[in-house]
Design a protein around this ligand. Sequence first.
Ligand code: DGL
Length: 279
Amino acid sequence: MTAYSKQPGPIGVFDSGYGGLTILHGIRQLLPEYDYLYLGDNARAPYGSRSFDVVYQFTRQAVMKLFDLGCHLVILGCNTASAKALRTIQQNDLPKLDPDRRVLGVIRPTAEVIGKLTQSRHVGVLATEGTIKSHSYKLEIQKLWDDVTVTGIPCPLWVPIIENNEADTPGADYFVKKRIDLIMERDPLIDTLILGCTHYPILMPKIQKHVPKNVQIVAQGEYVAESLKDYFRRHPDMDARCTKHGSVKYFTTENPEKFKETARIFLHEQVDVEHVDLE
Ligand code: DGL
């Protein structure tokens, strides 16, 4: 077993790139008193079309880095990592690394609320190829709400558009409209559309423009935050192991200057960023 620090530490939030910032934002809105470490594997993003094995290895490295940096609790603010790596990390790695540390994902909290939001009982999921192919949303939602029909569509170009800082350009409109038209064509009864990739809220103005008026768009940040708050209520021992000074530190596997520049657009604030290598 690895000898990680027993001292209380910040909450880790991980994503392949910038997408997890939408989750961190949601969590900080509800739980501002905690300390956070954000880690974006921007140098290796996107994860969306990578194999199970590779996403698992990369995610495992990121979790170990966040444990090294003092986190007792890590949120995978990434659907692709939650779909492809979370269960193996929870079942195989945590018992060996440190059975007292925890890793949580973003799919379950979203599945839990969805049955309360849809009236038509027809839900759409827009996500990466990896998340759609894993069928994680369908499985998680139908475990809890067996009367809900789930239709998933991959949007392989949306993450590269965001990671390359093109989310505000007219080119983005074309690709956003194309996938929304396709999912609404597949199931015109959809009244609730899950943005099942944490990058996608960054495209929100474009998504809202092209989604039919009667369809509600579900971004995950606020639901993940509520679920985390509830988790702390049920696990006061973990709550006690998370420090509370309201700080945030950012780490990237890319060039910190590049991260800073792009993150500023989403965060609307200047941030301190350090480079880390994952291995
Ligand atoms: N933001 C991630 C997700 O929620 C991953 C996107 C990617 O790297 O392809 O799926």
